[in-house]
Design a protein around this ligand. Sequence first.
Ligand SMILES: Cc1cc2nc3c(=O)[nH]c(=O)nc-3n(C[C@H](O)[C@H](O)[C@H](O)COP(=O)(O)OP(=O)(O)OC[C@H]3O[C@@H](n4cnc5c(N)ncnc54)[C@H](O)[C@@H]3O)c2cc1C
Length: 388
Amino acid sequence: MSTSRFRFPGVTMPPAARALREEVREFLAEERASGGFEPMADCWAAGFSAEFSRKLGQRGWLGMTWPKQYGGHERSFLERYVVTEEMLAAGAPVMAHWIADRQSGTQMLRHACEEVKAAALPRMARGETFCAIGMSEPNTGSDLASVSTRAERVEGGWQVNGRKIWSTGAHGEGCDYMIALVRTAPADPKERHQGLSQLIIDLKAPGVTVRGIEDIGGQLHFNETLFEDVFVPDSHLLGEAGKGWSLVVGELALERSGPERFLSSFIALREAMEVLSRNPDDRTREVLGHLVAQIKTLRRMSLGIAGLLQEGRSPETEAALVKDIATRFERELIEQLRIVLPDEVLLDSSGVLPRLVREAVLRVPSSTLRGGTNEVLKGMIVRQLGLR
Ligand SMILES: Cc1cc2nc3c(=O)[nH]c(=O)nc-3n(C[C@H](O)[C@H](O)[C@H](O)COP(=O)(O)OP(=O)(O)OC[C@H]3O[C@@H](n4cnc5c(N)ncnc54)[C@H](O)[C@@H]3O)c2cc1C
């Protein structure tokens, strides 16, 4: 079996990356020391702070790869990678802007009309407005082509009815937009991927109701979002009506490829190192060596994807492969930490490390579901290998 159908090119970080990394680390250290944030596990999905996002916007660390014309900074995907991995490694509260910066903004840049790009992107790059993902529905998850939220043609735009579920962050302060996959033409059983479109829905528009859903840790994380006769202007259609499937596939490549897929619990490992490296026994050395080696390999693969994005490619299957391996690794990381950390550390109710472990234990089960389940990703991988 050959794996040559997957490309993970070696990348060389641009010279500016080193100075940028130092700058980001310094900022994070100062923020943490001054009480600007408390590190948390799964910070990109659980750490909502509009204020922190605005600070990143002021530093030019949001919309980094977008054109200056739209408030971006025309920096490389590799420089953006440096910022995102440092944020994750520090457990910083980056959730508010994460979706806009990672995928929705880029999706708008690629497919929205001039008017929308000029209005929305500069605000996203300043950390003033955020986005939610509108793909899943109560009866639609893995099989996205079965979405039943529908948009009907009306004068000047579309009228949307239906509901989305698990919309992460849609309730958050400043979360103004959802890019929703909707049916704009009746489903043809032979051409299921036709007749779907992506619409940018204003979450403050009349007829939109956002209902919070608590996650297992009791945190308001995601939502059910209902649409009742919601008017969406023509200008908010992405690309061409009925051709939304290829757009959503491109969006998923952005969603699945980043370092958050293996660094969600890294902050717990980092803090654990302080304890475990003092007097490690052979078992602990073995576990830590194994975890660090896996992180290094995953980082190498994930950086390769950033390199492909920099070349203007849409690496869907490479992203699926990294997400599958990375999210299984995330589960292993936290299981191994629970085994090697001494009980007195884990049971210390006041310590930062046990809190991080507890957070990670509760949140890690979602890693192999959100953004597409591992079974579905494996389906994509075997198709790419020509085995199905
Ligand atoms: C924390 C979290 C945040 C999320 N945030 C968002 C969000 O912001 N926006 C959004 O739109 N969605 C979001 N989701 C939803 C997520 O994308 C879906 O949960 C996921 O795609 C799976 O869909 P489902 O839950 O309907 O499961 P189903 O699709 O019903 O799958 C059930 C089981 O069947 C398996 N299965 C299904 N099809 C196949 C197949 N073809 N081959 C093999 N096995 C298969 C699956 O692997 C799974 O084990 C989020 C989910 C979580 C957990």
